[in-house]
Each structure stands twice: as structure tokens, then as C-alpha cells.
Design a protein. Structure first.
Length: 506
């Protein structure tokens, strides 16, 4: 056995496996993030669907009447939507509906919230807040909050930040938009209620109009789409976070160069020692040769590492389509391993093929030798690649020769097409065309073989089914046919009553 050849092949496959492993780590991280996001989306939708059920019950019972129903809808919607928006990011529920007529309506973590959704009076629910504060003067002392519709909060914020001069200059006395009268109500509220500041107010997740009984279904549907948008953004981020990087590519190139350069150095020294020289006796010429071989190995290793990384990195670009198609992580990992092995085979074959072409150009080998040697080079690479895939993919044994032959021919053709001159390309092209004809012939034979095999297997299953039939007579006849199909000598088959009695009683 060629120990050096085996050593080099093993080292090359190790580089390919390690480079593929870099991608495998990213694949595992990616699918872990995507699996977690599946759970996040499931929890978010569970929260939002549960909210809609409670809302429908509130509407059916008409809780709060025509004037107060929307307030209860607002409370439960705040809880459900708020929790769903946390769930979609992987966080636990933070909102709780108190629902016991206490001073607070909601609990967010440890913060108590009193919600006010009023439109009467044109004061953006501030009148209702003032009334509640008179009833519970210490309500804000523990960090509690008053929550109002999001659109009302934005209007209060605009009016609160306007000076009197700016207000009279920019606001209307009546009609569309914010008015001077509303500006006065906002500023009077804070002047007359010294115990509350603007910071004690906060916006709801929803506008006033969005919590009305005739609109809430549409509001929840829109929220579902919003959650799906967040979900998509998080998945896209997971894909972006696990893309290949220049830094990682540099690492793969450097390590591959170092491994292959070191291997070349060791192999060259071993050759010298096997030739009868001691290291102490190496001449300058010997060290120059060692340095040259090491340099070539280092360059090859760098090219191999960079090439394999470039090819296998493309695997990650397939991850979204793999995931959307419902293909599991193991499939993508296997795909990645296949890509790294194939890439290594192509790189290895390219180096060997190029060496043969150089000899052909120097007239050191004939056209026939070019083809034969190139076939051997590509065959070595193909077999090495196929061997490294055992246990990862299934190779149909009946067409193993065709698989390898086609791989060799295709590899030779592609390398020649991209790298060599017209004369060399023509030689390889003719060989490739001949190989395709042979492959087509083998393909037809293989199809017939599979057809015959399937037919025989179908007949065998019928016999096997009869042999294990619950009907004893059918089972007896089936077992006889099964024995014959398995090649048992007819003299040993218990196909008569006399034979059976003799076998068990004699």
C-alpha cells in the first residue's frame, strides 16, 4: 500500500471535514435559533388567539354596557397583545389582567396600571384620570401608571410641549386638528393636579378606535400580521448572524495551509530518511528541496482551504429554502458534509490534472497517457470523496461503477473546460462524450435491473404474507412456497403430512 498516498488523502479529507465543520456549527446555531423562533411564534399566537376568545365573551355578555364595554376590551387586549409581543421575542408573559374592581386594571411586572379610555369631554381621558386620582390620592406613590389610548397620548404630548405663544400661533380655535381649547385643558389639568406629571402617563398599545366592539376583530387580525412581520425579521437576523465571514474564511485558509505545508514537510523528510540519510547529514540541496515541497504544500493547502470554504459557505445560502421546505437540520448538515467532500475532491483533482497537462505540454507523456493518468487522478479523488461519505448518504451498489465513472468524466471535463487550451479540451471533450454514451447504456440496464428486482421483491412479499397468514391452510402452503423461494432442497421441505409427522415424532 502507498502509505504516503493514504496519508495525504487522509490529511486532505481532514481539512475538508474541518472546513465543513465550521459550517456545521453555524447550521446548528441557525436551526437552534429557528426552532426557538417556532416556539416563540406558537406562544405569541396562542396568546393573541386566547385574547380574541375572551373579547368575544365580553361582547356576548355586553360587560360594562354600551359605554363601558370598550374599556374592558381595551384591558384584555393590552394584556394579550403585550404578552404576544414579548412571546414573539422569546420572553415570558409580563402582563396580567387584575379584573377585580381594585384601583388598578393591569399589572406589568411589578408596575400597577389604571387604564382610561374616554372620548367624552374632549380632554383625552384626563378628566377620568383626575376623578380616579381624587378617589385614590396615593395611587402614584408606588410607581403606578395611568394608561390612555396611544393616539390620545400623542396628542397630549404635542399640546403639553407647546408654549402658550406657539399654541395661539399654530392651533385653531375650532374645526379639524388640535385646538386652543384642548391645549388649555391639557395645561389646566397639570396645573390643577400637582401630584401627577406627564411622566406618570403612558400610551396604550392601541388607539381608542381600535378597541371598539365592531373593530376589535380587525385590530387583532392586524396584530397577527404584525407579529408575523416581527417573526420574519428575527428569522432573517438568524440567517444573517450565521452567514460566512471573511474572518472565518481567513482562518480556514490559514489552517489548511499550515496543515498541508506541515504534512509536505514531514513527508519530504521521511523520504530523505528512507533513502538512507540522517537528518544531520542533509545537504543544502536537501533542505532547499524540503523548503520547496513545504512551500508548494502550503500554497496548495491555502487554495484548498479557501476553495472548500467558498463552496461549503454556499450551503448556508440554501438554509432558508431547506427550512421553508420543512427539511430537518440533519439533512442540511449532510448536505454540508457532501459539499465539503466534493469541493475537496475537485481541488485535489485539479492539482493532479494540472500536473499531467504540464507533462503533456513538455512532451513527457502521450495523449493516451494524459487521458489514463488524468482518469487515475480524478478516480482517486472521486473514490476518496465517495469513501468519506459512507454513512452519510446511500450509494446504490448496482450502479456504483457508473457513479464513479460519471464522476471521473465530469470532473475531468469541467476542470479541462475551465483551465486548459483548445487541444487539451478537445481530447477531454471526446473522452467525456464517449463516457456519456456508455453511461446512457448503463442507465437503461440499471432501470431494467430495478424493474426486475422490484417485480421479484413484490412476488416475494406475497409469498411471505401467505406464510404468516392467520389461516393455517394458507400459511402452510405459503411456508412451502417461501422455503422453495429461499432455495431449500425440496426433500427437506415438510410439504406432506407424512413428512411433518416423521420430522416431529421420529
Amino acid at each position: 500500500m502507498d502509505t504516503e498516498k493514504i496519508f495525504k488523502s487522509t490529511q486532505e479529507q481532514a481539512v475538508a471535514a474541518w472546513t465543513g465543520y465550521l459550517n456545521q456549527i453555524r447550521i446548528e446555531r441557525l436551526f437552534e435559533a429557528l426552532s426557538q423562533q417556532d416556539l416563540n411564534l406558537q406562544n405569541a399566537m396562542k396568546s393573541i388567539n386566547g385574547t380574541l376568545k375572551i373579547v368575544h365573551k365580553l361582547i356576548q355578555s355586553n360587560r360594562g354596557g354600551e359605554k363601558g364595554l370598550h374599556g374592558f376590551i381595551a384591558e384584555i387586549s393590552e394584556v394579550g397583545i403585550g404578552n404576544a409581543r414579548e412571546n414573539i421575542k422569546g420572553n415570558p408573559n409580563i402582563y396580567e389582567w387584575i379584573n377585580d374592581n381594585s384601583p388598578s386594571d393591569l399589572l406589568r411586572g411589578t408596575t400597577e396600571i389604571q387604564q382610561k379610555f374616554y372620548i367624552s369631554g374632549g380632554d383625552f381621558s384626563l378628566g377620568a384620570i383626575a376623578k380616579h386620582l381624587r378617589k385614590y390620592p396615593d395611587y402614584l406613590s408606588n410607581g403606578s401608571k395611568y394608561q390612555i389610548p396611544k393616539d390620545q397620548y400623542e396628542n397630549i404630548k404635542k399640546l403639553y410641549q407647546l408654549s402658550e405663544k406657539e399654541a395661539y400661533k399654530t392651533l385653531s380655535n375650532s374645526g379639524d386638528g388640535l385646538t386652543i381649547n384642548q391645549w388649555k385643558k391639557v395645561h389646566n389639568f397639570f396645573e390643577n393636579n400637582k401630584d401627577i406629571s406627564f411622566d406618570d402617563l403612558e400610551p396604550s398599545l392601541l388607539d381608542y378606535d381600535e378597541v371598539q366592539k365592531g373593530v376589535i376583530d380587525k385590530t387583532i387580525a392586524q396584530e397577527k400580521e404584525h407579529l408575523k412581520d416581527i417573526d420574519k425579521q428575527r428569522r432573517n437576523k438568524a440567517f444573517d448572524d450565521n452567514k460566512s465571514t471573511l474572518e472565518e474564511a481567513g482562518k480556514a485558509t490559514a489552517i489548511s495551509a499550515a496543515v498541508e505545508g506541515t504534512s509536505a514537510f514531514v513527508i519530504c523528510i521521511i523520504k530523505k530518511i528512507k533513502s538512507g540519510k540522517n537528518i544531520k547529514d542533509f545537504t543544502n540541496e536537501d533542505w532547499e528541496e524540503i523548503a520547496k515541497e513545504t512551500g508548494v504544500g502550503t500554497v496548495k493547502g491555502g487554495v484548498r482551504g479557501a476553495s472548500i470554504y467558498a463552496v461549503t459557505s454556499a450551503v448556508m445560502s440554501k438554509a432558508p429554502s431547506f427550512y421553508d421546505a420543512g427539511i430537518c437540520k440533519e439533512a442540511l448538515v449532510t448536505y454540508n458534509k457532501t459539499a465539503s467532500t466534493t469541493a475537496n475532491a475537485v481541488v485535489t483533482a485539479s492539482f493532479g490534472f494540472a500536473e499531467q497537462v504540464c507533462k503533456f505540454r513538455k512532451n513527457e507523456i502521450t495523449e493516451l497517457e494524459l487521458l489514463e493518468n488524468s482518469q487515475i487522478v480524478c478516480l482517486d479523488a472521486s473514490v476518496s470523496a465517495l469513501s468519506s461519505l459512507i454513512g452519510q448518504i446511500a450509494i446504490p451498489v448496482p450502479v456504483l461503477g457508473a457513479v464513479i465513472g460519471n464522476a471521473v468524466g465530469t470532473m475531468m471535463y469541467k476542470i479541462a473546460k475551465d483551465n486548459f487550451n483548445k487541444k487539451e479540451q478537445a481530447i477531454i471533450k471526446q473522452y467525456y462524450d464517449d463516457l456519456i454514451q456508455v453511461d446512457n447504456m448503463l442507465d437503461e440496464k440499471y432501470k431494467q435491473f430495478v424493474f426486475d428486482l422490484s417485480k421479484s421483491f413484490e412476488e416475494f412479499l406475497t409469498i411471505l404474507g401467505n406464510a404468516f397468514s392467520p389461516d393455517i391452510n394458507v400459511a402452510l402452503e405459503g411456508s412451502i412456497q417461501l422455503a422453495k423461494a429461499c432455495g431449500v432442497d425440496e426433500s427437506e421441505i415438510l410439504d406432506t403430512k407424512e413428512k411433518a409427522m416423521a420430522y416431529f415424532l421420529d
